[in-house]
Design a protein. Structure first.
Lengths: 114, 112
C-alpha cells in the first residue's frame, strides 16, 4: 500500500472550534488532495495541492483552508467547525505527469461536530 | 473538466459478468479514463485506466470506443466481495494542477 496516513482517524469537536486534519505521505508524490464524503454521496473535492505552497480550491472549499509547507504533509483546517462539516474526510496522493492519474487514498478521518 | 454520468446502482449475481458504462461526452483530447472501487469505510482504490480501445488487467477490462465519449468497465465473474461503489473519472495534468473530480459512482450489489 502507498505510504499515506491520516490523523486523527476519529475526532469529535464542538461547533465553533478550530480543527486541523493531517495527511502525511512517504511517496514523494507531487499532488495531494482533500475530499469529504457524506452518506449517500460520492467524494467531493475540497482543496488540492500541486506542489509545496501551491494549492487550489475544489468544489466545496468554503469553510476550509489548507497548507502545504513541505512535500510530505498536507493540512486541512476548519477555522470554525460547523455541524454541516460532520463528514468523513479522505486524503489522496498522486504522482506527476500526464498519464499518471492513479491516486492513492488514506483510510479516512471521521469528524463529528456537535 | 469533463463530467461523467454513471448509473446510480446495479444488481448482479455471483459468477456473472458485470458491465458498468460511464458517459463523458465532453472528454478532452488529453484526458485519460480511470476507474476506482470503494468499499464501505475505506478510501477508493484504483482499478484500471485507459485512453482508447481496450485495456485489461488482473481485475477488470476497460472498453473505450473510438469517439471516447463513453467507457465500460467490465468485471468478469463477480463475487460477493465485488459489492462496492465504482467511480469513473476523466482528467489530465493541466496548467492548474491535476484535479481528480469524482461523480456519484455506481453502487454494485452482488447477490448470492
Amino acid at each position: 500500500d502507498a505510504g499515506i496516513t491520516q490523523s486523527p482517524r476519529h475526532k469529535v469537536t464542538e461547533t465553533g472550534t478550530p480543527v486541523t486534519l493531517r495527511c502525511h505521505q512517504t511517496e514523494n508524490h507531487r499532488y495531494m488532495y482533500w475530499y469529504r464524503q457524506d452518506p449517500g454521496h460520492g467524494l467531493r473535492l475540497i482543496h488540492y495541492s500541486y506542489g509545496v505552497k501551491d494549492t487550489d480550491k475544489g468544489e466545496v472549499s468554503d469553510g476550509y483552508s489548507v497548507s502545504r509547507s513541505k512535500t510530505e504533509d498536507f493540512l486541512l483546517t476548519l477555522e470554525s467547525a460547523t455541524s454541516s462539516q460532520t463528514s468523513v474526510y479522505f486524503c489522496a496522493i498522486s504522482g506527476s505527469g500526464l498519464r499518471d492519474t492513479e491516486a492513492f487514498f488514506g483510510q479516512g478521518t471521521r469528524l463529528t461536530v456537535v | 473538466l469533463a463530467k461523467t454520468t454513471q448509473p446510480i446502482s446495479m444488481d448482479s449475481y455471483e459468477g456473472q459478468e458485470v458491465n458498468i458504462t460511464c458517459s463523458h461526452n465532453n472528454i478532452a483530447t488529453n484526458d485519460y479514463i480511470t476507474w476506482y472501487q470503494q468499499f464501505p469505510s475505506q478510501g477508493p482504490r484504483f482499478i484500471i485506466q485507459g485512453y482508447k480501445t481496450k485495456v485489461t488487467n488482473e481485475v477488470a477490462s476497460l472498453f473505450i470506443p473510438a469517439d471516447r465519449k463513453s467507457s465500460t468497465l467490465s468485471l468478469p465473474r463477480v463475487s460477493l466481495s465485488d459489492t462496492a461503489v465504482y467511480y469513473c473519472l476523466v482528467g489530465d495534468d493541466n496548467n492548474a494542477g491535476n484535479m481528480l473530480t469524482f461523480g456519484g459512482g455506481t453502487r454494485l450489489m452482488v447477490k448470492p
